[in-house]
Design a protein around this ligand. Sequence first.
Ligand code: SF4
Length: 339
Amino acid sequence: MAVEPVAPGTGTGEVLIDRYGRVARKLRVSLTDRCNFRCVYCMPEHVTFMPSDELLTADEIVRIVGVFARLGVEKVRLTGGEPLLRPEVVDITRRIKAIPGIRTVSLTTNGVRLPQLAAPLKAAGLDGVNVSLDSLDAGRFRLLARRDQLEAVLEGIRAARAAGLDPVKVNCVVMRGVNDEEIPAFLRWAAEEDLVVRFIEFMPLDADNIWERRRVVTLAEILQRAETLGAVEPVAEDPTSPARLFRVRGLGVTFGVIASVSRPFCAACDRVRLTAEGRVRNCLFATTETDLRDLVRRGASDDELAAVVRDAVWSKWAGHLINRPGFVKPERTMHRIGG
Ligand code: SF4
């Protein structure tokens, strides 16, 4: 679906609208660039993390999210790096959930710290979690995450469910020749566990420059692999959700595919991002950013911050250019964006 520019000034002052008329309702907040994994599609094996004084403080995060809420943002997703490495994550969750206008707070994690944190996060108001799990095979898991933590992640998923977090979804980045043959096994496992797995096309946001188009397993190919288990039918979904939903009739399992490369969903994009050091990214693949941290630290008012945020969102492009000649890979890698 093509997006057409709208006239400047379209939409009331308290709506975050871009020049194509899309309204931002979802904010993804990166709490840290630190992670206890080294996933090959996300970060380098050897990495230097930002000094903590460069990160937004908990107060700054809550204040900035408050400005976004005032501008119509309703849903917040906490990301990283690994957000559960942020010591104040439970308190930040509680304070964001208490902001007027914020309806849901969810989180994307590698799951390892969920056994300790799932219950306090639930009590703090966390709604759901997405747990990253790219293989059910310990050896392949180690190859992808560069950590030997498959059992810990499975334990984390169990802890999230036991704590009553809902929904609990599983995100699996699919790479050709690495874990694509596991798709049927993942679906059988998801059916047994009554979980929703979302298969994610490999995106050019890695740190080691291993991304190549031929390594992308497309939505069509993922469906082909699912069809080895039975007839696959589409399921009605939220049009603003990045995941397209399907059901394997015989198996009775629903799964998602996030097809950023082969079937971009930019026309209905309602997401904006805040990096751990306080920069607004109006697109996952943005090559420019807008700083808020220094404005906050220089004493800017909420109105001034709101004006800067509006401009940052207004200037959002129609969509990523991965499939166009001249695509420029963002300098910032996934672990410093947060997905
Ligand atoms: S690539 Fe950018 S515009 Fe497209 S859906 Fe993702 S964030 Fe939105």
